[in-house]
Design a protein around this ligand. Structure first.
Ligand SMILES: [Ca+2]
Ligand SMILES: [Ca+2]
Length: 188
């Protein structure tokens, strides 16, 4: 091999590495554009990914959804790599907040989400006191596992019941999920 050829190989390897480190970012940008052009809200897209409605996207749900989107031609390994990037807290599940933080075009989004969740939570706590004596009693009542740890589904039924009692429309998925994430971190 001539010296010139060796150098060429070295250079292209280095470019290959740079490409690899930006690879996830590129795919995320592509997905962001796809989601935007679909005209669907981030809530709707998250709901499609979260097939079992548990409130989180598992690795297998993520794989299936990405494959359904099509056109990206990613392998399972590549999809898993992408998921690792989206799964910011590394618990093996993509939460609504992690999902929207990556796929929504909005830099202030997270701050506003936290504020919105806290505002809504305060509202619902008032309702709990009004209709169910105290929020602690309400949590106990809907904690189906009785392990003092509410699941997302427990929380969802609590909110639905409250809305029934107060004759108000049930908030959309993302709002229920935001509040749950806020409560969950406080109770853990
Ligand atoms: Ca799920
Ligand atoms: Ca996660």
């Amino acid at each position: 091999m001539k010296d010139g050829e060796k150098r060429k190989i070295k250079v292209s390897k280095r470019i290959g590495n740079i490409g690899a480190s930006n690879w996830e970012t590129e795919i995320i940008d592509k997905l962001k554009k796809l989601i935007k052009s679909s005209g669907k809200s981030i809530d709707a897209v998250f709901g499609q990914f979260d097939v079992d409605g548990g409130g989180d996207i598992s690795a297998s749900e993520f794989r299936k959804a990405i494959k359904m989107i099509g056109g990206l031609g990613l392998t399972d390994t590549e999809i898993d790599r992408l998921m690792q990037r989206v799964d910011a807290d590394n618990d093996g599940q993509v939460s609504y907040q992690e999902f929207s933080a990556k796929f929504r075009d909005d830099p202030d989004f997270e701050g506003r989400m936290v504020k919105r969740a806290n505002d809504r939570l305060a509202e619902f706590k008032e309702k709990m006191i009004l209709y169910m004596t105290s929020s602690t009693d309400a949590y106990k009542l809907f904690d189906s596992s009785k392990e003092a740890r509410m699941t997302y589904l427990d929380w969802d039924s609590l909110i639905r019941e409250l809305c029934k009692l107060s004759k108000e429309p049930v908030p959309c998925y993302s709002i229920i999920k935001d509040m749950f994430d806020t409560i969950d971190t406080r109770h853990d």
